[in-house]
Design a protein around this ligand. Structure first.
Ligand code: ATP
Ligand code: MG
Length: 254
């Protein structure tokens, strides 16, 4: 039977000196899933994303992406395999326009899918044109045409988050990891950002989201893993997670 997993995390630990940030954590994400990772502050969620995306080397364990072992590969190699991520803190170039930010996403993350168009063409002009065309596609996809010429610094916070997603999807990833894309957003912005993420998922992109916004997580995710103090304490569908006594005790509250 063909393996339907896009991401397999096996027995991953990460130590920083004496601090155990992750302790033997494992889970699988199926192709096309909308997968959630939740847990209290300091649980190890961002460390997990950093291990999966190649920023941190795990102290133990392995990570497989789309059937290939990626443990220890450099972040740029992992992006080229088709795994892209956003960061918990803004990584926008505030003094560049929305369009220029998205073009940075296309350039710095030239992926397998774009390699032919961007790297394989002969002239610098053709390359620039391919980059501009992909940036325009992303702008259209996320409805950013009106803001395309604006400086990123001048955008409302919600739209800055949308631009960060635009940079991450520019290389056409198979898996998009979002580390707290809703932090600091007002309700209307939450709906706007989640609408875009849901639409990417409907178009076939697998989503792996880390969030504290439980309404969004419970409404959109089909499966959820819960971390607490570096340990996986639960995994299941939203209904199961909401009823889990350990999860209620360590995170959700009564
Ligand atoms: N580079 C590092 N060096 C040392 N300790 C680190 C490093 N990165 C993370 N940690 C520690 O690992 C633990 C887990 O941190 P992590 O950032 O993964 O938490 P989190 O679950 O993402 O929390 P939050 O919801 O607040 O973002 C924390 O105790 C943190 O201080
Ligand atoms: Mg974090």
């Amino acid at each position: 039977m063909a393996d339907q997993s896009i991401l397999r995390v096996e027995n991953v630990s990460k130590h920083f000196g004496g601090l155990v940030a992750l302790s033997g954590v494992g889970f699988h994400i199926e192709k096309g899933d909308f997968f959630g990772l939740i847990g209290p502050n300091g649980a190890g969620k961002s460390v997990m994303v950093n291990v999966v995306s190649g920023l941190y080397r795990p102290s133990q364990g392995r990570v497989e992406f789309d059937g290939r072992q990626i443990t220890g590969l450099r972040p740029d190699r992992i992006i080229r395999e088709g795994l892209s991520r956003t960061f918990q803190h803004s990584t926008l170039f505030f003094d560049l326009s929305v369009r220029e930010n998205i073009m940075m996403g296309v350039r710095t993350m030239a992926s397998v899918g774009l390699a032919e168009a961007i790297l394989g063409t002969s002239s610098a002009r053709e390359k620039d044109q391919a980059i501009e065309e992909r940036a325009q596609e992303v702008i259209d996809l996320l409805g950013l045409e009106q803001q395309a010429g604006e400086l990123a610094a001048n955008l409302p916070y919600g739209l800055q988050k949308v631009v960060a997603i635009g940079m991450a999807i520019a290389p056409k990833p198979k898996l998009l990891i979002l580390d707290e894309p809703l932090t600091g957003l007002v309700a209307a912005e939450v709906d706007q950002v989640m609408g875009h993420i849901a639409s990417l998922n409907r178009q076939g992109m697998t989503i792996f989201i880390i969030e504290h916004n439980m309404r969004a997580v419970m409404n959109f995710c089909s499966r959820i893993v819960v971390l607490s103090f570096g340990n996986k304490i639960a995994e299941g569908a939203p209904g199961e997670i909401q009823r889990d006594r350990e999860v209620i005790k360590s995170y959700l509250g009564e």
